[in-house]
Structure formats: structure tokens, C-alpha cells
Design a protein around this ligand. Structure first.
Ligand SMILES: O=C(O)[C@H]1O[C@H](OP(=O)(O)OP(=O)(O)OC[C@H]2O[C@@H](n3ccc(=O)[nH]c3=O)[C@H](O)[C@@H]2O)[C@H](O)[C@@H](O)[C@@H]1O
Length: 435
């Protein structure tokens, strides 16, 4: 320590402006300089040795996927987060369900229904900006009141899924996260591949590796029938003529699911939803933005087919679809594999969840006008080449027989409930309307 003193005092003498430094040429100066150099040399050797040891003992750099997992593990580690997940997963029925897309339209309704009947439910949603995030946040708030924790995270995050499956033994996964919307696929095709293909595979990877493997129920779409002209659409009809990239990714999902069922023994049930609508719905859908534009006095475009052909949809009310989802969950058999190994054949099912009564878009608009008590400014235009199909019509006999699915709400009654919710939700004082 005493040896260091002269050096420190020498350093004290160095002016803050280096160019003005004038060296002293005395004996003690050279003595101190030599001592300084010796110490600097030893410090340098010491630092090099430490760096060498660190480099030798450091593991090889993690590949991209693992690196992301490590980041995720750090982000979600901690007893606070794990406790919230575990509390949310508690239930009375023995069923513990991971609902992806829980802040979305169908996901939020299904999560609430499962929690209300006593299942343990954990939600996952990436809260992306496809449509207004405030609506997703409001759904999340309502779910939290019901005791459902909605994690903000992405199905493409393998680290997060691994952590989730390590924290909770899910009996079921209700996979409702997706990039939805038929026409938006022309604007942002990559987002469909990212969510509906890559994200789905990532989720199935986590499910097949889990021990026990959960049974998986996931959202497919009526759009897989594409240009099929045989009505009503039956699950046996061809689905190899998609009219949009959205439909193609949903069809790809069905094929991917089949391969995971075949290789790993995962129990998989696909639900082909037919234009689902209702309270807390999606602002990108026609019934929703028609309502918004009618109230604002803006014009709306009603598509028609070639030669003034009618464009119609088998609009299906949310509560009916929720019952179909719950029916699918309750009849799902267990997966047969565990930890990535198949032990026997597992269940693979596909069902239509529609309403069985297609309604022309022009009729949808006249019902809205009636409930809103406002006349719409209508422009009838030929359907652009945007991936839309002229009509959808579900045959639901399989779902009725095997899931007990029985839709009970017609478009008139369903839109009445939607309009009531819409007016109360967008009335600023009642932003937090109930289910
Ligand atoms: O059943 C399905 O599988 C699909 O249902 C809806 O797709 P879509 O039936 O096209 O629903 P909307 O976008 O609400 O369109 C409803 C009807 O309104 C028509 N439309 C849409 C927009 C517009 O400006 N004008 C118009 O007449 C469409 O051609 C369609 O016939 C959902 O948006 C998809 O995510 C879902 O997968």
C-alpha cells in the first residue's frame, strides 16, 4: 500500500489537460516510473490470465432458438409469475386448460365459460396490433375478474411454452390464437405464416414434449372449403382449393395437426368456425365495421357476386360456438404419447361449427339498420378478387351427433345482442361492459 502512495500522488499531479503536462527529470521520478511500469505489466498479465480462463470455461454460444429461450426463461422466472400461473390453473374439475388467443374474441368467451364451470384456465395472448389493443385489454380485465391470468406472450416463443408446461400440467390446450381475417392476407401474408403455421408447429412441439401430453383442440375455419360448390359443406368434402392465403394456412394447420397425431400420439380436434359474431367481437369483421360506419354516417360496401349473385354467410353466434368448443373439449380423449414418444393411436377429429342457415350480406345490413335505427349508406359492388368466397353453409350433423352441438341463436337475435353490447361498450362512461 505504501509503495502505491508515490504513484498515486504522481497521478494526482497529472493535469486534466494532457498536452500541458511537463515531466520532472529527477531520480525519484524515474524510480517511480519503473515501479509503475512493473505494476502495470503484472496487472496486464493478471487480466490476460482471467480473460483466458473465462474464455476456456465459457460454453459455446447458444443457437438462436436457445438464446431466445434463455431470454424468455429470465423474463418469466420468479415466484410471482409462477404463482399467478398456478393460481389461475386451479380448478374444481380436474381439467386444466391453456387457452391461446385468450384476449381475442372467441378465446376470451371460451376462457370465461371454462373458468365459470370450474376448470383451471391459463390464458396466453400476444396482444398484437391487428386491431385495437384496448379491446383486447378490456377482455383481459374481465377475465382477470373471473380469475383467469392472461400472459402476454407469443406462441412462437418456445422458451415461454416450455416454462409454462413445466409450471403447470395442462390436461387440454384450446388453441385459438391465429392471424384471422380473409382479406388482410393480401396485405400482410407473412403474419399468416408466422401465426397459423410456424406458431402452430411451435405449440404442437411443446405439447408433444410435455409429460403428460395435453389433448389439443384448435380453431380451423370454414374458409378451408374454398371453392367447394357442394352445399351444405360437409367435413367429407374436398378442401384442397383454398381461395385465400388465410384459408391455405388453416388447411395447412389441419395437415400439420394430422402429422403430430400420427407421429406423437397427440389427441387433436379441429373446429371449422363459420363467420363467428357477437358481443366483444372483432372490429375487422363486416358486421362490426358496418355498425361503426353506419353510426358515423359513412358509406359501406356490400359485395355481390358476378351477375348480381348473392353473397351469403352462415353467420354463427358466439355463445353457440363456445358451446361447440366446450363440447369438443369434453369429448376429447387423452393423448397417448408422453415426452415426445407415441404409445398408441390417438384421436383425430374435425368438425364444422356453423349455424346451418346462410344469410345474404344485404340482409345482415338491414337487420343492423333495424337495431341501430339508422339507415345505412350502401354501395353495392362486385366482390373484388380478395380471397372471399361467395357463400358458406355448414352441415353440422357430425358435431351434433358427437359433440352435442346445437346452435340456437339466429342472426336477428344475435345482432340485437351485439348492437346492445356495442352501444354500451363505446359509450365512454361504460367502457367496461360485462360479458
Ligand atoms: O368463417 C370463417 O372461416 C371466417 O369467417 C370470417 O370471414 P368472413 O366470412 O369473410 O367474414 P367477414 O369479413 O365479416 O365478411 C362477412 C361477409 O361480408 C362481406 N363483406 C365484407 C367486407 C365488405 O366491405 N363488404 C362485404 O360485403 C364478405 O364478402 C362476407 O361475405 C372471419 O373473418 C375469418 O377469420 C373466419 O375464419
Amino acid at each position: 500500500m505504501t509503495q502505491l502512495k508515490p504513484i498515486l500522488s504522481h497521478l494526482d499531479a497529472i493535469p486534466s489537460t494532457p498536452g500541458k503536462f511537463k515531466p520532472e527529470k529527477s531520480f525519484s521520478y524515474y524510480y517511480r516510473l519503473r515501479l509503475h511500469s512493473k505494476l502495470t505489466l503484472w496487472s496486464f498479465i493478471f487480466v490476460v490470465a482471467i480473460v483466458f480462463l473465462v474464455l476456456v470455461s465459457a460454453p459455446a454460444p447458444a443457437p438462436e432458438g436457445n438464446r431466445r429461450s434463455l431470454q424468455t426463461a429470465g423474463k418469466y422466472a420468479g415466484s410471482g409469475w409462477e404463482n399467478r400461473v398456478r393460481v389461475s390453473a386451479r380448478g374444481k374439475t380436474g381439467r386444466v386448460v391453456l387457452v391461446t388467443g385468450a384476449a381475442g374474441f372467441v378465446g376470451a368467451h371460451v376462457s370465461a365459460a371454462l373458468k365459470r364451470r370450474g376448470d383451471g384456465v391459463v390464458g396466453l395472448d400476444n396482444f398484437n396490433k391487428y386491431y385495437e389493443i384496448t379491446l383486447k385489454e378490456s377482455r383481459k380485465l374481465l377475465l382477470e375478474k373471473d380469475g383467469v391470468f392472461v400472459i402476454k406472450g407469443d406462441i412462437n416463443d418456445a422458451g415461454l411454452l416450455k416454462k409454462l408446461f413445466e409450471t403447470v400440467s395442462f390436461t387440454h390446450v384450446m388453441h385459438l390464437a391465429a392471424q384471422a381475417g380473409v382479406r388482410y392476407a393480401m396485405k400482410n401474408p407473412a403474419s399468416y405464416i408466422q401465426s397459423n403455421v410456424a406458431g402452430f408447429v411451435n405449440l404442437l412441439e411443446a405439447c408433444k414434449s410435455a409429460n403428460p401430453q395435453p389433448a389439443v383442440i384448435w380453431a380451423s375455419s370454414s374458409s378451408v372449403y374454398g371453392l367447394n360448390s357442394k352445399v351444405p359443406f360437409s367435413e367429407k368434402d374436398r378442401t384442397d382449393q383454398p381461395a385465400s392465403l388465410y384459408a391455405a394456412t388453416k388447411k395447412a394447420g389441419e395437415e400439420i395437426a394430422h402429422s403430430y397425431n400420427h407421429i406423437y400420439g397427440l389427441s387433436l380436434t379441429g373446429l371449422r368456425f363459420f363467420t363467428v359474431y357477437g358481443p366483444w367481437g372483432r372490429p375487422d369483421m363486416a358486421y362490426f365495421f358496418f355498425t361503426r360506419n353506419i353510426l358515423k354516417g359513412k358509406s359501406i360496401m356490400i359485395f355481390e357476386g358476378v351477375d348480381h349473385g348473392t353473397v351469403a354467410r352462415d353467420f354463427t353466434y358466439i355463445d353457440d360456438v363456445v358451446k361447440g368448443c366446450v363440447g369438443a373439449l369434453d369429448t376429447a380423449k387423452k393423448s397417448t404419447g408422453s415426452g415426445g414418444k407415441k404409445k398408441g393411436a390417438a384421436q383425430f377429429r374435425i368438425y364444422n361449427l356453423g349455424n346451418t342457415s346462410p344469410v345474404p350480406v344485404s340482409k345482415l345490413v338491414s337487420i343492423l339498420e333495424k337495431h341501430l335505427k339508422v339507415k345505412a349508406k350502401k354501395k353495392v359492388v362486385t366482390m373484388p378478387r380478395n380471397g372471399d368466397v361467395p357463400f358458406t353453409h355448414a352441415n353440422i350433423s357430425l358435431a351434433s351427433k358427437e359433440l352435442g352441438y346445437k346452435p340456437t341463436t339466429d342472426l336477428e337475435a344475435g345482432l340485437k345482442k351485439f348492437v346492445k353490447w356495442y352501444l354500451s361498450y363505446y359509450d365512454s362512461e361504460k367502457q367496461h361492459a360485462s360479458w
